[in-house]
Write a new protein. Structure first.
Length: 308
């Protein structure tokens, strides 16, 4: 018995068709069920009830349901290979604020929807408890692969975001900026090879939305609409190559000065700057006086009504 007269009627019809067409009704194959639904069309509600009747009958008999669950809506369209994800990661900024913070979040999103094939809602629902860090990185129990290139490494994309998300979530702006300092990093080294000691587990939401200033909006997850627009944009190729590492400063005449000489030079520069500002103020005042004098010399033009 399938529970209700309505479900029983639909099951009886399916069973009769299977008998007439030489198919097994119990257990049935997914292909048999789909062929039955095609041959006997109906409204969405009616087809849903037919599927339920078949599923209930199988479960009652201790058989697995032959009903194919429609796949969740996926935001990652087309190819979903590791290489496709790596191409997207290659052109996402990883350092400097705010582009690096936004880039790290988007790279994490790309791994979720591109490699793991999560839906928008599934990606938004990721919590620290679903992430495992160790010699390998896992999300939802699945291993996140690494490769030889830290720029395109999926595991690095995950750990880079985890390294900043806790401080960003807690509003620790100084610490977050320090982690995004492009002058103190080397993109030839794997991030996933270093332990993540930052407070990433403090972030209740892992996919955070950012405000116009590039800082996280606490407890506000990235919206489905934002995910829909971010992913295609991050998959476009712009030829972006990130420039990181120590910066070399242009040599100047101050490089070889002692501390005392530097203070002396700075004092003399301050005196010259003050004199320049004073002279600028005098010139502006003189220009103002000259403008007033010119206004006094100007003769008003007569109007047409004066009879000229």
């Amino acid at each position: 018995m399938t529970g209700t007269p309505q479900l029983e009627r639909h099951w009886a019809r399916f069973e009769a068709w299977c008998t007439a067409s030489g198919r097994d009704a119990l257990p049935a194959t997914p292909e048999t069920v789909e062929e039955f639904l095609v041959l006997f069309p109906g409204s969405k509600t009616q087809q849903r009830i037919r599927r339920r009747a078949i599923a209930v009958q199988h479960l009652a008999a201790g058989e697995p349901s032959p009903i194919l669950v429609p796949p969740a809506d996926r935001v990652w369209k087309g190819e979903a290979s590791v290489a496709d994800v790596e191409r997207a990661l290659a052109e996402i900024p990883k350092y400097r604020h705010p582009v690096g913070l936004r880039g790290r979040r988007d790279a994490f999103l790309v791994v979720l929807v591109g490699f793991l094939q999560l839906s928008r809602q599934e990606a938004r629902s990721i919590t620290p408890g679903l992430i495992e860090l160790g010699s390998i990185v896992k999300i939802h129990g699945r291993v996140i692969p690494s490769n030889d290139d830290p720029v395109t490494c999926l595991a690095c994309a995950v750990t880079r975001w985890l390294r900043v998300v806790g401080n960003a979530y807690l509003g620790h702006q100084h610490e977050t900026r320090a982690l995004l300092d492009s002058t103190k990093t080397d993109l030839s080294e794997h991030d996933c090879g270093r332990p993540v000691t930052e407070p990433w587990r403090r972030a209740v939401k892992m996919l955070l939305s950012l405000d116009t200033y590039g800082w996280t909006r606490t407890d506000v997850p990235l919206s489905k609409r934002s995910i829909t627009s971010i992913v295609p944009a991050r998959r476009r190729s712009y030829g972006f190559v990130e420039d990181v590492g120590p910066r070399t400063r242009t040599p100047s005449r101050f490089d070889d000065l002692s501390a005392a000489e530097t203070y002396k030079e700075a004092g003399e520069l301050e005196v010259r700057a003050a004199a320049a500002f004073a002279r600028s103020a005098e010139v502006l005042a003189e220009a103002h006086r000259l403008g007033l004098a010119i206004d006094d010399l100007l003769v008003p033009m007569p109007d047409d009504d004066d009879g000229w």
